[in-house]
Design a protein around this ligand. Sequence first.
Ligand code: GTP
Ligand code: MG
Length: 233
Amino acid sequence: MNISSAIFDCSAPDLDSCPDESLPEFAFIGRSNVGKSSLLNMLAGEQGLARVSPTPGFTKMINVFTVNGNWRLVDLPGYGFAQGAKKDSDRFNEAVLDYLEHRANLCLVFALIESGLRPQEIDLQFVEWLVSNSVPFVLVFTKADKVPETVAQANIAAFMERIAAWFEQAPAVFTCSSETGQGRRELLGVIDEAMTAIQAEARQAMISPEGLQAPSPKPKETGKRRPDLNRPW
Ligand code: GTP
Ligand code: MG
């Protein structure tokens, strides 16, 4: 897939402030400092599009970017960073969870995990939450340039072993580096495939009788198990 344009759209403090739901969205989530904003820039092919910082907890809003005029990349605040007013971190936490649970045009989440670390409880808990809330996601192991491949592969295998019981079919796994561009082709391929499927569905809806009905919005579900907001994420 070629990226011909990537444009900053808006910074939203919560779900209600996000742009309309007209375009499919692909969102980045993961621990603070895992490399979400860097990966977004790497995929978009534009350094400086999303702001990157060595300081954890840097991205504080739901940042939306429109790509090629017909889909969006969404940079989310990370979890696991407790500094700052608790009220603020609760608000961001709530906004991110709200977005992940209720955004009707959220097509796929890239759940980022640092490839140089052994499985972290906080990441395991977050992945479990994604599973129990039926959020579609793939796993992306980041910063592959920082560790020998054998170490990354051992960490990935250990992570997959910890989560294996939660799935009939394990999620797709990618390894990437925003420094070297590793994984760019594969991740853009995932987006391309999803967009092709969405476009085929839209064409089908136009020619089938059901297509004449307005699409029903994803219902807001209540009573879902949500993570305890006092947790670090
Ligand atoms: P928050 O917004 O704080 O949640 O962080 P983030 O997940 O958006 O991370 P960000 O992209 O800001 O990167 C954090 C730090 O990691 C920065 O210093 C980046 O330069 C560095 N970094 C990100 N990706 C890579 C990578 O692939 N390789 C290496 N070596 N460093 C990376
Ligand atoms: Mg960021």
